[in-house]
Ligand binder design. Structure first.
Ligand code: ADP
Length: 541
């Protein structure tokens, strides 16, 4: 026997349909690549997305074909997503911060047939054009007047869209049809593709709308700084139209001054980005004595949020920070540090401790901690182990089966993160399993030390890596990039850490560097740091 309710496949085209029907005049405001601020609405974006679908059909794209985007967050990019997914084609988001060879690899692996792109990225595409044979067309988000001749044969988006009919049926396929494809940055081995389905995206959207998750509402104005090419802009391109929130798309300008300008001019109430973006914004606000007159809440994830950012937002600007954890493989939101009943009753300082953790899983996400032998570890807040995750919007298998079987016997996926869970069910990442420092058989969290060190007033960035030690196997080394014009000493940084970490976690050395490299998703690139420090020998050995 089956339930007797309506058969309504959970396909994402219904999200923009809903936005058109019920929030049609809500605005999408974009900073265009050409420069000016461009305003449109959900109703208008819906019409243009349908036209995109017809453009694609006219170019021979059908069900299951891969269509890529290499683009900033703008209304055009959003229309294109829905135009691709609405007809059952697969939207493959390309990250422009990847190296050219990685882009070539993933475009060929996905067998992308069309790439939609911004003027900004034509030089990258020109460089790799002859190495991506499956790509039949490149469509540039531009009008005739701004089209560039940098890439011969490229097509003009506005011309195509204006010439196409707005009459196109969407959906009508099974909800498990693939909708999107996103490759992990591949810190080890080749990048691997996560193939989202309409159903997984729809469920992720419903879950993230919850008050204890992103909690975005129809009254919000939302600015996703987090790019649509990085883990789906944390689902905001679905959840904002899903609730009818006004969307503000920052385009190519992600520096503090540009973000501040948009936050104020559009009276943004909610925003989301990685910590480095907020660091830049706070720096800009302090330098210019800037104010935040409308912003209420920011979600920060992608890497651990430093305490100084949470305090800065709260104490100087009255903005609440929600820390989030997730990964491409979890669609991406996995946990959010919104308080439960007990935590909400604590004083502000105790709540702050909890806000620095990565948070609780919403419905649809199950978590467990295991040791290296697969033994379940307790939720005691201090035992750390491998973090595994399970749920209907968590990866089950990589695209084309890469990496083979990736789930354990109970269907859990190993995140590659090392974490603790406490009795409130709050998870805290202590490291990546490949970065955790194994000293004398015990684990030291590189992230915890670097976060504290980054809070030193002279530090711009800090990173901790494990370095070979003959007795302890590995010992921590702290690398610090000082703020411009600052001088620092090893002794003052070690003194700063004293009392904040266990004594045996104290780094064996502090090295001041000109550069701490960031990878394609804005995170500290420890692999590169380890390569650069390959010849370094600890003074203690
Ligand atoms: P990649 O692994 O390719 O960089 P993702 O963007 O999917 O791509 O990164 C996911 C990883 O980022 C997580 O497994 C985790 O290590 C890290 N991460 C994400 N959010 C946080 C956070 N709030 N705190 C610490 N680490 C985080």
């Amino acid at each position: 026997m089956l339930g007797r309710m309506q058969d309504w496949p959970l396909t994402v085209d219904r999200i923009l349909d809903h936005a058109k029907s019920w929030h049609g005049d809500r605005e999408i405001v974009s900073r265009s690549v050409e420069g000016p601020i461009v305003r449109t609405t959900y109703a208008e974006a819906h019409i243009r997305a349908k036209r995109v679908s017809n453009v694609l059909k006219g170019l021979g794209i059908g069900h299951g074909d891969r269509v890529a985007t290499l683009a900033w967050n703008t209304a055009r990019h959003l229309e294109t997503w829905y135009g691709i997914m609405g007809i059952g084609a697969i939207c493959h988001t390309l990250n422009p911060r990847l190296f050219a060879e990685q882009l070539v690899y993933i475009i060929n692996h996905a067998e992308d047939q069309i790439i939609f792109t911004d003027l900004t990225f034509l030089p990258i595409l020109a460089q790799i054009r002859d190495q991506i044979p499956t790509v039949k067309h490149i469509i540039v988000f531009s009008d005739d007047g701004h089209m560039s001749q940098d890439l011969p044969g490229a097509l003009c988006y506005e011309t195509l869209v204006n010439d196409a009919s707005a009459d196109c049926a969407w959906g009508g396929f099974e909800e498990n049809t693939p909708a999107g494809l996103c490759y992990t940055s591949g810190t080890t081995g080749n990048p691997k593709g996560v193939l989202y389905s309409h159903r997984s995206n729809f469920l992720h959207t419903l879950v993230t709308m919850g008050t204890d998750v992103l909690g975005v509402s129809a009254t919000d104005t939302v600015l996703p700084v987090v790019p649509m090419f990085h883990a789906n802009a944390w689902g905001i391109a679905f959840s904002a139209p899903g609730v009818g929130a006004k969307l503000v798309m920052p385009g190519p300008k992600l520096d503090g001054a540009s973000i501040h300008e948009l936050l104020e001019s559009e009276q943004v109430t909610f925003s989301a980005a990685v910590p480095t973006v907020w660091q830049m914004l706070l720096g800009h606000l302090r330098q210019t004595n800037g104010k935040l007159t409308s912003l209420k809440r920011v979600v920060i994830g992608g890497s651990a949020v430093p305490e100084a950012i949470v305090r800065g937002f709260r104490d100087e600007f009255g903005v609440d920070v929600t820390h989030a954890w997730g990964m491409t493989e979890t669609s991406p939101l996995g946990t959010l540090a919104t308080p439960n009943h007990r935590i909400a009753g604590l004083d502000a300082e105790s709540q702050l401790k909890f806000k620095l953790k990565q948070g609780r899983p919403p419905i649809g996400i199950d978590l467990k901690l295991e040791d290296d032998e697969g033994k379940l570890l307790p939720r005691d807040g201090h035992t750390f182990g491998r973090l595994l995750v399970k749920g209907p919007f968590v990866v089950g298998e990589y695209f084309r089966g890469d990496g083979g079987q990736i789930l354990d016997a109970d269907g859990f996926f190993d995140t590659g993160d090392v974490a603790t869970l406490d009795s409130d069910g709050v998870m805290q990442i202590t490291d990546r399993s490949k970065d955790v420092i194994k000293s004398g058989g015990e684990w030291i969290s590189s992230i915890e030390i670097e976060n504290i060190a980054a809070g030193h007033e002279k530090a711009e960035l800090a990173a901790v890596i494990g370095v070979f030690h003959p007795k302890w196997d590995e010992r921590p080394l702290l690398l610090v990039k000082l703020k411009p014009g600052e001088q620092g000493t090893k002794a003052e940084f070690l003194a700063f850490l004293e009392g904040k970490i266990a004594k045996w976690w104290t780094p064996d050395d502090v090295v001041f560097v000109d550069d701490i490299p960031l990878g394609a998703t804005g995170k500290i690139d420890k692999k590169l740091i380890r390569q650069r420090m390959a010849d370094y020998v600890l003074p203690s050995t």
